[in-house]
Design a protein around this ligand. Structure first.
Ligand SMILES: [Ca+2]
Length: 509
């Protein structure tokens, strides 16, 4: 009976009457949904999930999360919205105590890994959690060349289809679908969040969108622009110790501007550091940059421009960002840059040295704007009109994606939706001082994102500030600080411990 209801819903028939009863986890393996194969449906006992091998540097921490999980129903499925599509997904549903919410995670770079550790985190909080492999396997563009429908899956359809499927399976398992659905992701997942909000405004009630790779065609063109400048020749390359040196000098000059000398610059745009002072006076030395390195640095700070028209194509990086921990400052472009253009141009031999920052930018925009980029912020009205909320965030010291793009995306979205008085009740931006790409760094960068957005969506409790924590290498909290809705910054009250959020207040700079 349940299966028929689901089929009726997908087929767009009259609204089915949902039976308020549930299906056992094992029975979900027999669930029939159009163009979807349920690969497996398994009840996993508490603490019994064995993560896949090769979990990376966070494997030990993640193992603890898995070990603490309550029993859950794990559904693995393959989705085929077109004959050429093969979108793999996982949906984990608490066997007891479901809080009625769905949370969905996205992906990183060009990786096809399903974010199981994020999904586990959702289940630990009583959510059902889901995520997809973007509709391809592997870490490059090869499976997308010659497969235009898979490009659409990768760009926008994998997330949407997975959301639709997850809601149907939830309805079958629990007898009713989620009361609230949330997007929670960063980087490529941030791009996927922008895309979801603009392309499919009905999918999520709240979206958490961090350090986004959006618009991706422009980001990856900028990554090539930066790499070409940094690697113009041997003499142009800025070594990791020199990035650290630049960071330290900028910090020495600008740390105290925000009123507290704490190793953090609340608003890097307020820092008027004289870049020219970095130039070596008496030959190369550890505490300065040579003339060719200065040219490379200035190119990175300025950002990519159209060589013919002078149009700014993508923002530069704020001075002081230590680029060396990120993928941008290496000997070759960021690992996602070349695959992006091989995918868009459908050319597995495409060579980044040929990039024409006039013609190829226009071509990539044209191919990407309805596929991988979210560049029509007026469409956010679709989210706002139904009471949806959007929280944007970005690390001020993100060495992978310039924080200034998130500021620009926010400001463009405010302008396209009637100004800040109209949007402040629906969308806010939180810039995190000292935070790296999606987390980490010297600044407070840990906060319960789902608690913040669900309070806003479900209780109308808008985030006027978000208390974030920083942990030391042993994992203990050594600093808390409010993150503030842009353009506000955290201001010290003048007394008390500077590592305690209690002693700060969000205020206009
Ligand atoms: Ca400071």
């Amino acid at each position: 009976m349940k299966n028929l209801c689901a089929v009726a819903l997908l087929a767009g028939l009259a609204a089915p009457v949902w039976a308020a009863s549930s299906t056992s986890c094992d029975q979900l393996a027999n669930l029939k949904l159009p163009n979807i194969e349920i690969t497996s449906a398994t009840l996993v006992a508490a603490g019994a999930f064995t993560p896949p091998a090769g979990g990376g540097p966070n494997a030990a921490a993640q193992a603890k999360v898995y070990a603490a999980l309550p029993a859950f129903c794990r559904v693995v499925a393959s989705q085929h919205p077109t004959p050429d599509s093969d979108i793999k997904m996982e949906l984990w549903m608490p066997a007891a105590g479901w809080n009625g919410r769905l949370a969905e995670t996205g992906n990183g770079g060009f990786s096809s890994n399903i974010g199981l550790s994020s999904i586990a985190g959702y289940v630990a909080k009583g959510y059902a959690g889901t995520g997809s492999n973007t509709g391809k396997e592997g870490n490059d563009a090869t499976p997308l060349i010659g497969h235009p429908e898979k490009v659409k899956d990768w760009g926008y359809r994998a997330v949407h289809q997975t959301t639709v499927t997850a809601k149907l399976i939830l309805a079958a398992y629990y007898g009713n679908g989620p009361k609230y659905s949330y997007w929670d992701s960063c980087s490529t997942g941030g791009r996927q969040g922008w895309v979801a909000a603009e392309y499919f405004p009905n999918d999520f009630d709240g979206l958490l969108i961090g350090d986004p790779a959006n618009p991706m065609s422009r980001l990856q063109a900028n990554n090539i622009y930066v790499s070409l400048a940094l690697n113009k020749d041997e003499a142009s390359y800025i070594t990791p110790p020199k990035w650290a040196m630049i960071h330290d000098k900028v910090l020495a000059q600008c740390d105290a501007i925000d009123g507290v000398k704490d190793g953090l610059i609340e608003d890097p745009m307020k820092c008027n550091f004289p870049v020219d002072s970095l130039l070596c006076k008496n030959g190369d030395a550890a505490d300065c940059l040579t003339a060719p390195q200065m040219i490379a640095l200035n190119t990175i700070l300025t950002g990519s421009k159209n060589p013919r028209t002078g149009e700014q194509l993508y923002p530069g990086y704020p001075l002081g960002t230590a680029m060396a921990p990120g993928p941008i400052a290496g000997k070759s472009p960021d690992g996602s840059a070349v695959p992006t253009f091989r995918m868009l141009f459908q050319d597995s031999n495409w060579d980044f040295h040929t990039f024409d920052f006039d013609k190829d930018t226009a071509r990539a925009d044209q191919l990407g704007n309805n596929t991988i980029n979210a560049v029509e912020p007026a469409k956010l009205q679709g989210v706002f009109a139904r009471g949806g909320k959007i929280i944007l965030y970005h690390g001020w010291e993100d060495p992978a994606i310039s924080p200034l793009i998130q500021v620009k995306l926010y400001e463009d979205a405010v302008a396209a939706n009637g100004g800040v008085d109209k949007t402040y009740g629906e969308m806010r931006l939180f810039m995190a001082p000292g935070m790296f790409h999606c987390g980490g760094g010297e600044g407070p960068n840990i906060w319960d994102k789902l608690d913040v957005i669900s309070d806003w969506v479900e209780k109308g409790k808008a985030p006027d500030s978000i208390v974030a924590a920083h942990t030391n290498s042993q994992g203990y909290v050594d600093r808390t600080r409010p993150l503030c809705p842009y353009p506000e910054v955290a201001k010290y009250k003048g007394t008390g411990n500077i590592n305690d959020a209690e002693n700060f207040v969000c205020a206009k700079p």
